[in-house]
Design a protein around this ligand. Sequence first.
Ligand code: GSH
Length: 246
Amino acid sequence: MMPGLTVHHLQVGQGERIPWLLEELGVPYELKLYQRSPLFSPPELKTQHPMGASPVIEDATFNPENPLVLAESGAIAEYIIHKHGNGRLALTPSHPDYANYLYWFHFANGNLQPTIGRRMTARFMAQSLEDPRFISTDQRLHTALKLLDDQTAKNTWLAGDQFTAADVMSVFCLTTMRKFEPIDLSDYPGILEWLKRCTARPAYRAAMKKGDPDLNVEELISAKPPALFEGFVKAAEQAKIAEQVK
Ligand SMILES: N[C@@H](CCC(=O)N[C@@H](CS)C(=O)NCC(=O)O)C(=O)O
């Protein structure tokens, strides 16, 4: 393997954030793409890390004999920013928006994504959208979306005036992730405008072109949910809830 960074990315998934971050920072990388089989990771990706999930990076820059292998999008983002990006796209403790930066960076994986995942699980379990388990997860999701909408309506970027890794961490949850859980964003103009700003960035477009050229970005950022991922629709059919994910 050549010394340097390799990103293992399962297409149509949260791994898209890592090439985007690297493009923003101008750090060279090699991208290895994997396809869902039919919904989860294929065997080749499972050999890269015990968790078998994407993204995973291999970094041979500092120790070519024994490359570092790292998983977890948040850990990978912080690692890249500090080991390869000179701290760019993160805010330091002396910055007035430091706490905002930390909050929104962690909100993506620590709150928004699990909240969306919970509603998806409730949808499968409940068999009806009137079920109180679905309704409570739905209310929680709308609380999270309202919070995000207020923040993006008042600020150009999530942490404030500066584009940061908090934006990179969050966009996936409201674009590609909606191919697995249909979320209508019509009531959230702040989010919709922020998604436009983020996805207009040349680094985002470059990363998506390399990693997920078949995804239609305009569809991903529209108010109505994008078409569901095919493997997910099949899973819904098997669970006999196809009507609920439409
Ligand atoms: N918390 C992890 C989650 C990783 C994860 O679940 N990735 C999904 C892609 S969206 C995946 O690999 N799914 C396939 C599988 O787990 O088999 C992170 O942030 O990287």
